[in-house]
Design a protein around this ligand. Structure first.
Ligand code: Z5A
Length: 213
């Protein structure tokens, strides 16, 4: 596998989507082939699973079913989209990956972390990111950003996670910081509670470190 697999993680509203599109434009300006993608929903099957997983349809989804649906989304995404792009030598920029399952379904919902590791490994065919940029910030401030964004949308908040209690999002943040402590060689923790350009310059510095290798 010749490309570089970069994942972007963080609580909701931490600016991952904004930064990924800036990084994609930056890499294109340097003529480095890249692919920006995301979970859930990076494949055709995934787009259907995303609706089931995120929409507040009233459908009850148990924590275990939720875990397996995210795993199914990932299995399809890795096989159909990520592996081929890496084989073409691209830099793959992925908005959330296995770490999201560990923190949301593990630290957030309370499912067993060892079992999640095994399921993540199976779904991803043991693919692991070369580098993970973690956008860290206070969840209340991240959710404020999302609420302001939703206020401009007639549908309002439509996400099963967005409406979780703040304690849930705090556990998710702590989970991410714990993972970053456990794997300092893979994680780059960026203070996401700053203006967009300041965050971007840290992200580029983190990527330059590995692109140059
Ligand atoms: N989930 C899971 O449970 N298990 C899994 O395995 C996976 C996911 C893969 C996916 O939601 C949900 O699925 C997610 C976890 C769960 N839910 N939560 N929580 P999603 O794909 O719909 O959304 P998201 O990944 O949470 O991202 P988001 O809400 O779109 O936020 P973001 O991408 O991090 O931020 P953004 O869209 O770039 O920015 C949000 C707003 O803030 C926007 O209006 C920006 O213009 C603004 N912004 C961005 N940066 C800044 C700065 N620096 N300052 C000020 N304002 C800013």
């Amino acid at each position: 596998m010749t490309g570089l697999f970069v994942t972007f993680e963080g609580i909701e509203g931490s600016g991952k989507t904004t930064q990924i599109s800036m990084v994609a434009a930056y890499l294109e300006s340097r003529r480095i082939p890249c692919l920006a993608t995301s979970e859930p929903g990076g494949s055709n099957l995934g787009r259907t699973l995303r609706k089931l997983l995120l929409e507040k349809s009233g459908l009850h989804i148990s924590a275990r079913s939720e875990l397996l649906l995210f795993a199914a989304d990932r299995a399809q995404h890795v096989e159909e989209i990520i592996f081929p792009a890496l084989q073409e030598g691209r830099v793959v920029l992925c908005d959330r990956f296995s770490d999201a399952t560990t923190v949301y379904q593990g630290y957030g919902r309370g499912l067993d972390l060892d079992m999640i590791d095994r399921i993540n490994d199976f779904a991803a065919q043991s693919l692991r990111p070369g580098i993970t940029v973690l956008f860290d910030m206070n969840p209340e401030r991240g959710l404020d950003r999302v609420r302001r964004r939703d206020a401009d949308s007639p549908a309002g908040p439509d996400d099963r996670f967005e409406v979780e209690r703040i304690e849930f999002h705090q556990r998710v943040r702590e989970g991410y910081l714990t993972l970053a402590e456990q794997e300092p060689q893979r994680f780059r923790v960026v203070d996401a509670d700053r203006d967009i350009d300041a965050v971007f310059s840290d992200v580029v510095a983190a990527l330059e470190g590995v692109l140059g290798e």
